[in-house]
Design a protein around this ligand. Structure first.
Ligand SMILES: Nc1ncnc2c1ncn2[C@@H]1O[C@H](COP(=O)(O)OP(=O)(O)OP(=O)(O)O)[C@@H](O)[C@H]1O
Ligand SMILES: [Mg+2]
Length: 355
C-alpha cells in the first residue's frame, strides 16, 4: 500500500521540487513503484522531468476524472500526477466543499495500492492544497536550507503539522538543502539543526549547480550527471529513506549504480528523440496522451549505439537531430562529439573528476 509522503516547507525556493524529483527517481531506480504528485500551480515537477502532461491533478480534483486517467508515465517505475496554473482556480472551488481538506486523499485512494511511495510536492505556503497534502500524508519530509530564517520557519511548520495531525510524529525526516560546507555560518547552523531535531536530520544535500542545471534540462540528477555531488548526496538520501521505510528489495542497488547498469536512452517510436532547445518553454501539448521531451545536453543522453569512453561515460554515434554520424575530438580536456551539419554538440570531461 502506497506510503504518502508530503514534501513541504512554508518557505519557497528551498529545494522541495528538486528533492521530490531526485528522491522519487532514486527510489524508482531501486525498483520501487513511485508516483509524484504536484499540488503547486507552478507545475515545476513536470518541467523538472521534461514532460508536457496532457492531463493534470485538476481533472481528478475538480472535473471528477479518475486519478489513474490523469497520471502521466515519467520514467520506468515513476509516474506523475502533474499540476499547472489551473490549480489556482481549483482552490476556491475546493474550499467551498464541506470535505475540502480530504479532497486529495479521496483522489489518491483508488490508486494508492499501485505504488510503494507517493510523494506530494507542496507549494511554499499553507494553501488549501498543502493542507490537503498534509491530511493525506502518512509521512512528512521537510527540506530546508541551512539559514536562520528557514530554521525559524520550521518551528511554525512543526506547529501546523501538530495542529493538523495531532502529533509531529509524522515528520520523518528533515533534509538540509543547498548546504555550503565552505561557510562557517552554514556549518554552525547545521549543528544547531542537528542539536534541535537530532536523528530527524538527514546528512545535508550540498549546493551543486548540476542540480539546477538538471532541472532546467528536464532530467533527474542521475540522468544528467551521475558523478556530480548532487547525485551522490541524493543517492545517499535515498539509501537512508529506504532504511527508514524498510524498502530493501532483494538485489536493489543504489540509484547511481542503477543508472550505470541501464542501457542508453532508448529510441522512442523508432525515431531518435526530438531536439529540445529550451526545456523551460515547452511546445504546446499535442493530441497525444503525453509528450516526453528528452534533452540532449549531456553525454549520458546517448541513444542508438553508444561509444563507451575511458571515463565510463557514453558518447553517441549519430546526431539526434539529423541522424548523421557525429565527429569526435578531444579538446581542452573534454571529449567532444559534434555534428557538422546542425551544430549539435555533446561533451564530457576526459578525466573522471567529480563536479
Ligand atoms: N542543492 C542545490 N544546489 C544548487 N541549486 C539547487 C539545489 N537544490 C535546488 N536548487 C535550485 O534552487 C532552485 C529552487 O529549488 P526548488 O524549485 O527545488 O525549490 P522549491 O522549494 O520547490 O521552490 P518553490 O517553493 O518555488 O516550489 C531551483 O532552481 C533548483 O534547481
Ligand atoms: Mg517547488
Amino acid at each position: 500500500m502506497g506510503r504518502i509522503v508530503a514534501v513541504t516547507n512554508l518557505k519557497g525556493g528551498i529545494g522541495k521540487t528538486t528533492t521530490v524529483v531526485n528522491v522519487g527517481a532514486g527510489l524508482a531506480l531501486k525498483g520501487a513503484r513511485v508516483l509524484l504528485v504536484d499540488v503547486d500551480a507552478q507545475g515545476n515537477l513536470a518541467l523538472a522531468l521534461g514532460l508536457l502532461p496532457r492531463r493534470t491533478l485538476y481533472g481528478a480534483l475538480v472535473d471528477g476524472a479518475r486519478a489513474s486517467d490523469c497520471v502521466t508515465p515519467a520514467r520506468p517505475n515513476l509516474d506523475l500526477l502533474a499540476a499547472d496554473e489551473s490549480l489556482l482556480s481549483a482552490q476556491p472551488t475546493l474550499a467551498r466543499r464541506p470535505d475540502w481538506s480530504r479532497a486529495l486523499e479521496q483522489v489518491l485512494r483508488p490508486i494508492k495500492r499501485d505504488y510503494d511511495f507517493i510523494f506530494v510536492d507542496c507549494g511554499g505556503s499553507m494553501t488549501v492544497l498543502n493542507v490537503n497534502a498534509l491530511i493525506a500524508a502518512s509521512d512528512v519530509m521537510v527540506p530546508t536550507t541551512v539559514e536562520h530564517l528557514s530554521m525559524k520557519g520550521m518551528e511554525k511548520l512543526f506547529k501546523q503539522v501538530a495542529g493538523l495531525k495531532n502529533s509531529v510524529g509524522t515528520i520523518r525526516i528533515i533534509v538540509p538543502t543547498m548546504f555550503d560546507p565552505r561557510l562557517k555560518q552554514s556549518t554552525a547552523l547545521l549543528e544547531q539543526l542537528q542539536a534541535t531535531y537530532g536523528h530527524l536530520v538527514a546528512p545535508p544535500i550540498r549546493v551543486n549547480v548540476r542540480l539546477s542545471e538538471s532541472s532546467a534540462a528536464g532530467r533527474t540528477i542521475y540522468e544528467f550527471d551521475r558523478r556530480s555531488r548532487g547525485a551522490l548526496d541524493y543517492a545517499q538520501l535515498v539509501e537512508r529513506l529506504s532504511t527508514i521505510w524498510g524498502f530493501n528489495p532483494e538485489g536493489a542497488v543504489s540509484p547511481i549504480e542503477a543508472v550505470q547498469q541501464q542501457p542508453a536512452t532508448p529510441v522512442q517510436n523508432g525515431h531518435p528523440p526530438a531536439p529540445a532547445p529550451d526545456a523551460r518553454v515547452p511546445h504546446p501539448p499535442t493530441a497525444e496522451a503525453v509528450t516526453a521531451v528528452p534533452k540532449q545536453t549531456h553525454a549520458t543522453d546517448a541513444h542508438d549505439q553508444p561509444v563507451v569512453t575511458g571515463a565510463g561515460n557514453v558518447l553517441q554515434l549519430t546526431c539526434p537531430h539529423c541522424g548523421r554520424a557525429l565527429r569526435r575530438a578531444t579538446v581542452a580536456g573534454y571529449r567532444v562529439a559534434y555534428c557538422d551539419h546542425c551544430k549539435y554538440k555533446q561533451q564530457e570531461l576526459a578525466s573522471d573528476r567529480r563536479r
